[in-house]
Write a protein that binds this ligand. Structure first.
Ligand SMILES: [Zn+2]
Length: 357
């Protein structure tokens, strides 16, 4: 598999910006943002144009609990078993040796973030949430020291990871807690808000509350879906029923939905939502290339988002996945539009009130 050098990746994501400065056709595609729109990172609000120098990755992880992987596998197995489906790949990978896990060592994480910048990343989103072992102080320290703009997600992940008091809360109580999170981080997006393929009653309640919290803040929303992806449509339905414009929503993990007809993907695009191919830069890439190309060829390039859902090597979606799209026929301007423009269009929002910190 061809890997881009850092310089080449940088040229690819920065290429159209350079071309725009030279007055080529690429400038005709510069995205327009609503007046007053910002991208809210942990330490400052950026005008979206300020982050045009590289890619923005909309779904990554700087901090997850040590038991996250084990808990996730157990929850997945329980869901599959409840549906009478086989629970394969039960074996957990061995834990990282001490001193080698960037999630447990701020200096290692800072190195990862700096490497991402060298790979052409201008900004990334942390999708970790309360209940899933997210350590806000760690994320803030790594972001500050690296200098990489980091957007913090808010909300609650999937039912097995909800703090236990969530189950008994009313929707209105949940909305108040979400708004408190948003102010305190401060958050720049809701996500990753998730469910398995059969949404639970409590997950539906959380989705409705997130929809209402969106109306109060204007913050965009990205989601986590299970396999094979039936919940993708239901998630958008719940948010739209709560009053959210689908244009402000990214439905995630749709690289897992290997439908060559792209029925769900295209349905989401037609409704205005973004479609997240957010586990790229690794082993699953080859199967996802035809899905992305299918959407590009159907005219849905403006709806495609790419990220890694990674906890290290954040530049991989750019250095490893983009060359595969390019080899499949995607041109540089389109790849730039997806990685640099779409993710900024997704994250940019007009705040209903100014940030607290
Ligand atoms: Zn994730």
């Amino acid at each position: 598999m061809t890997m881009l050098t850092r310089r080449e990746a940088l040229q690819l994501v920065g290429g159209a910006a350079a071309a725009a400065a030279l007055g080529s056709n690429a400038s005709a595609q510069a995205p327009a943002f609503p007046k007053g729109a910002v991208i809210r990172t942990l330490f400052k609000d950026y005008a979206p144009e300020e982050l045009a120098g590289g890619a923005t990755l909309f779904h990554e992880h700087l901090s997850l609990g040590v038991d996250f992987g084990e808990k996730f596998r157990a929850a997945s197995a329980a869901v599959l078993a409840a549906q009478g489906l086989p629970t394969a790949n039960a074996a957990a990978p061995p834990p990282a040796p001490p001193g080698t896990d960037p999630m447990r060592d701020v200096d290692l994480m800072v190195e990862e973030l700096r490497a991402a910048q060298r790979d052409g990343v201008a900004c990334l989103v942390d999708a970790g949430l309360e209940g899933a072992g997210m350590d806000l102080a760690f994320i803030r320290a790594a972001a500050k020291k690296s200098g990489l703009p980091v957007v913090k997600g808010a909300g609650f992940y999937v039912e097995p990871f909800y703090p236990k008091e969530i189950a008994g809360m009313s929707e209105e109580q949940l909305v108040r807690i979400l708004l408190k999170q948003v102010d305190s981080y401060p958050a720049g997006v809701f996500g990753e808000i998730g469910s398995w393929d059969e949404m639970s009653k409590v997950e539906r309640k959380v989705f409705r509350a997130v929809g209402k919290a969106h109306l109060a803040t204007n913050l965009p929303i990205f989601t986590h879906t299970g396999i094979p992806g039936k919940a993708a449509i239901e998630q958008l339905d719940l948010l739209e029923d709560a009053g959210v414009d689908p244009k402000r929503v990214a439905i995630g993990h749709l690289g897992n939905l290997a439908d060559p007809n792209l029925y769900v993907h295209k349905t989401l695009c037609r409704r205005g939502a973004f479609v997240g191919f957010d586990r790229q830069g690794g082993r699953g890439d080859a199967a996802v290339v035809p899905l992305v190309m299918g959407l590009l060829n159907a005219g849905f390039a403006d709806h495609v988002l790419i990220s890694g859902d990674a906890s290290r090597s954040y530049g991989k979606p750019l250095t490893a996945f983009l060359p595969q799209l390019k080899a499949a026929g995607a041109d540089d301007a389109t790849l730039h539009r997806i990685t640099v423009d779409n993710s900024r269009r997704f994250l940019a929002f007009v705040p209903k009130k100014s940030r607290k910190a």
